[in-house]
Ligand binder design. Structure first.
Ligand code: GLC
Ligand code: CA
Length: 560
């Protein structure tokens, strides 16, 4: 397998609104990020992925862009951006920008023109359709609830929005739209940015026959996913983008691809395909989702999570590349979801989860605050929530009498996106040191126990543990390039695997439970000459590992 810098990198995601506020208006900003680059340098990451910083009316916190070549005024100016880029580069840190081109904002100039009349030159920049007998053109459900179609009185047609109605989908069938996108990408790359994370990029090609989907019992709309996920022209579009733009630069690219399978991922990321470097798959994020999706919580088993992650490891072994993540701005905090955020086990389980992910094959992503073991939040009232997905779902489920308020709030506490969007916890001062103003979303009340300052000073902290994991990856190419093999597949408590590169072998053991559990070394592995690389408890390094008891959430990595 070819060796490249982006396979050897660790990426850190910043959600600018919640990272650091430099001017005390309660909203994180670019100068705030620049002021914290030394912190990131100390952590040791190589690349920052910046969630969108472009001009936006903020219906979906920047994922609704009204000008792709301007900075959101709340975040600062283009000079502030140039300074951030320069200061990051000085520290050897690259910057990957979010590219949101499945849709724009309805306040983008293109859309304003497009909706003004049927014969406007930008009409076909978006997807307009007539209704069917006074109904929407298809019965598809928006990812943010309700119909994907919005009626516009000016021209008496509907436009498509897979997300909110303020996020109209761009029409990728139109070569002019593609050209506009390639031009703006080139403009940013020429400025010196180092890559793109492409928002829902596998949704840009829609089935042009626009069929209706099947409506499940008790629902008003259908899941239209099969008509817009990995659609008919998706690979053609990405290959064109690669040829027109990406191939001309030495950059990192990652596509966000909900619903993608390993076979499709190989097509997106295969080394001879000339599309993307890697994709974000979603399968491991769906464990515990019921038939009605994320708000429908169901029990799940460790074996489900393990088999998904291992399947991705094995399937992309020969060709293609994995991205590795637990957290991002759309997911809850992993320590609360797959670990244990009680006082007793929060640090231990956060370290275990970090080990489990960072020892796998792929490029690891750390979402801001994950390196501190930041947790989910439970705001008592729905009025304290800001996320459009959560608020729309509340309307749909609670106001629409499909779920009790209590049941819905439990789901929000477990899976809602605002869990990850509370301000970064810098120190124990007011508002966790994020702002001296009123934060746009409330701070998690646990910031006095969990904050960066305390953890940077404490060598046993989650922060220092992440730092060590990053260093291990830099010093052991087996972590980057070694083959993956899962052990004890049927075990419901332990996730164990090996990584092998030539004559080097790593053994990774993770206890996902609060119980003491038994570990037996498979007979083909050897206990002599082992070296402990990292662990989250004190371990006697010479102790035999042929048969021993793992403590709650214990993890160990041995070179064997
Ligand atoms: C992606 C983003 C998410 C956003 C959506 C629409 O899933 O990660 O935050 O709401 O796309 O742009
Ligand atoms: Ca600010």
């Amino acid at each position: 397998m070819e060796r490249t810098w982006w396979k050897e990198s660790v990426v850190y995601q910043i959600y600018p609104r919640s990272f650091m506020d430099s001017n005390n208006d309660g909203i994180g900003d670019l100068k705030g990020i620049t002021s914290k680059l030394d912190y990131l340098k100390e952590l040791g990451i190589d690349v920052i992925w910046l969630s969108p910083i472009y001009q936006s009316p903020n219906d979906d916190n920047g994922y609704d862009i009204s000008d792709y070549q301007a900075i959101m005024s709340e975040f600062g100016s283009m000079e502030d951006f140039d300074e951030l880029l320069e200061e990051a580069h000085k520290r050897g840190i690259k910057i990957m920008m979010d590219l949101v081109v499945n849709h724009s904002s309805d306040e983008h100039q293109w859309f304003l023109e497009s909706k003004s009349s049927k014969d406007n030159s930008k009409r076909d920049y978006y997807i307009w359709k007539k209704g069917q007998d006074g109904k929407e053109p298809t019965n598809w459900e928006s990812i943010f609830s309700g119909s994907v179609w919005e009626y516009d009185e000016t021209t008496e047609e509907y436009y498509l929005h897979l997300f909110s109605k303020k996020q109209p989908d761009l029409n990728w069938e139109n070569p002019k739209v593609r050209k506009e996108v390639y031009d703006l990408m080139t403009w940013w790359l020429d400025k010196g940015i180092d890559g793109f994370r492409m928002d829902v990029i596998n949704m840009i090609s829609k089935d042009q026959s626009y069929p209706d989907g099947e409506v499940l019992e008790g629902k008003k709309y259908a899941d239209g996913g099969s008509y817009f996920l990995n659609g008919p022209r998706i690979h053609e579009f990405l290959q064109e983008m690669n040829q027109e733009v990406l191939s001309k630069y030495d950059i990192i690219t990652v596509g966000e691809t909900p619903g993608v399978t390993t076979d499709e991922a190989k097509m997106y990321t295969g080394s001879k395909r000339n599309e993307l470097n890697m994709v974000f798959q979603f399968e491991h994020m769906t464990v515990g989702n019921g038939p009605d999706g994320k708000w429908d919580r169901q029990p799940w088993k460790l074996t489900e999570l393990k088999s998904i992650l291992s399947h991705w490891q094995v399937e992309l072994e020969e060709d293609g590349w994995n991205s590795l993540y637990w957290d991002n701005h759309d997911q809850p905090r992993v320590v609360s979801r797959f670990g244990n955020d009680s006082d007793e086990y929060r640090e231990i389980s956060a370290k275990m989860l970090a080990t489990c992910l960072h020892m796998m094959k792929g490029t690891p992503y750390i979402y801001q605050g994950e390196e501190l073991g930041m947790t989910n939040v439970e705001f008592p009232s729905i009025s304290q929530y800001k996320d459009i997905e959560t608020l729309n779902a509340y309307e749909d489920y609670v106001t629409g009498n499909r779920m009790s308020e209590d049941e819905f709030m439990e789901a929000v506490y477990y899976i809602g996106r605002d869990n990850a969007r509370t301000p970064f916890q810098w120190d124990e001062s007011e508002n966790a040191g994020f702002t001296k103003g009123t934060p746009w979303i409330e701070v998690n009340p646990n910031f006095k126990q969990i904050n960066a300052q305390a953890q940077v000073e404490d060598v046993n902290s989650v922060f220092h543990y992440y730092k060590k994991l990053i260093q291990l990856r830099k010093n052991n190419s087996v972590i980057v390039y070694g083959n993956f093999e899962e052990l004890m597949k049927d075990d419901e408590s332990i996730y164990a695997y090996t990584r092998t590169l030539n004559d080097e072998k790593l053994l990774v053991i993770c206890n996902f439970t609060q119980e003491q559990v038994d570990f037996k070394l498979p007979s083909d592995l050897n206990d002599t000459n082992k070296q402990l690389l990292i662990s989250n408890y004190d371990v006697n390094e010479n102790e035999s590992i042929e048969h021993f008891s793992l403590r709650p959430y214990e993890t160990r990595v041995y070179k064997i």
